[in-house]
Design a protein around this ligand. Structure first.
Ligand code: COI
Length: 355
């Protein structure tokens, strides 16, 4: 590929101090990656520039029809000073799948990875090292053609921004409370539920506000047709351990294929736990909670890693998960995954990639 130009900032910011809680997604580093696309020209002019506002026409298509996608992954610094990414190729593969779904031109995988590595390297001083922290990497693409007709754009910007982060939920690893949504739906098969696009998250806001008002952190979505089968949580995939078996909804076309979801399934299988990817209804979860076989519930995601769930609310039914504490499998998964990410647990799957 064309080599990546590198323009260093003349005004480096002050790095967050060691005691900064790094509230998720609030602090941004000194640099960003940016690359243009034009029909007939392809992707061109990859460059690292100081982090800065964008200059876009108000008619840019992204503002009107939402042709936008994003990804999320993390970089970690090991005790020996190595920089590790966790399964970046899975994110890159998924990004191009999203691109195909919403008619954005694909980005060659080698260029994508090179761009991530280059911008992380440029801002490596920003990778926090305190327990539970990392450098969140947010690649995204927007349609910039100044045009008000509905069609795929002829111009795009691909950018990568970086944010040093702590835990996604203020609860940290403490169990979160989840609201089961039975009024609104997030996605249906054939729609864009399995693509990583902003539109899926805007569809979730109304329910999220309702859930927050009731004291719940996140929303658990049911399927859009029967309003009965479990899909995913606002920013995570969801797992249940019922009577010894680890169960997660199968990838049915309306669920995001999470990278952490895939890693958790691989680890549970390796540990000899019976696992099932299948259609599971909210009634089955309710029954398990009633008869005492709902052993554990946890969510998985890049931002959240593994997040234990202590309580679920479905209409008037409140389901307490065991004693409401962190379950042993959730804890083991969190420790193993973060251990691999930090180079402290043997990476037998070759999941980490050095920058
Ligand atoms: C991630 O886990 O990286 C996500 O993309 C969820 C995000 C909406 C915070």
């Amino acid at each position: 590929m064309q080599s990546i130009k590198n323009v260093k900032t003349k005004n480096p910011k002050v790095l967050p101090g060691a005691d900064n809680p790094l509230k998720f997604g609030t602090i941004f580093t000194d640099h960003m990656f940016i690359m243009n696309y034009e029909t007939g020209k392809g992707w061109f002019d990859p460059r690292i520039i100081p982090y800065q506002p964008l200059n876009l026409e108000p008619s840019a298509m992204v503002f009107h029809y939402g042709q936008e996608m994003f990804e999320g992954l993390k970089a970690y610094k090991t005790k020996s000073g190595k920089i590790l990414l966790f399964r970046p190729n899975k994110n890159i593969e998924r990004a191009n799948k999203t691109n195909r779904r919403i008619c954005i031109p694909e980005i060659p995988e080698d260029i994508f990875l090179q761009a991530i590595k280059a911008v992380v390297k440029a801002d490596e001083a920003w990778i926090p090292t305190k327990e539970g922290t990392s450098l969140y990497i947010r690649p995204f693409i927007i349609a910039t053609d100044p045009y008000l007709g509905v069609r795929p754009s002829d111009k795009y910007l691909f950018m990568i921004i970086l944010s040093p982060v702590g835990a996604y939920y203020p609860e940290g690893l403490n169990p979160v409370k989840i609201w089961i949504e039975d009024e609104y739906v997030r996605a249906v098969k054939g729609g864009i539920g399995e693509a990583k696009v902003g539109a899926n998250y805007v569809a979730s806001l109304k329910s999220q506000v309702k859930a927050h008002d009731e004291g719940y952190s996140q929303v658990l979505w049911l399927d859009g047709v029967h309003r009965k089968y479990i899909e995913e949580v606002g920013a995570m995939n969801i797992f249940f351990k019922i009577n010894g078996t680890v169960i997660t909804p199968e990838l049915n076309g309306s669920i995001l294929p999470g990278v952490t979801r895939d890693s958790v399934l691989a680890l549970c299988r390796e540990w000899g736990l019976p696992t099932k990817e299948c259609r599971i209804s909210i009634n089955e979860i309710y029954e398990a909670a009633q008869n005492g076989t709902l052993d554990e519930v946890w969510g998985t995601g890049t931002a959240a890693v593994v997040s234990p769930v202590g309580q679920l609310r479905w209409g008037e039914h409140i389901m307490q998960v065991k004693d409401g504490g962190i379950g042993p499998i959730s804890q083991k998964l969190y420790d193993t995954i973060t251990g691999i990410q930090l180079g402290e647990v043997n990476d037998t799957h070759n999941w980490t990639v050095e920058v």
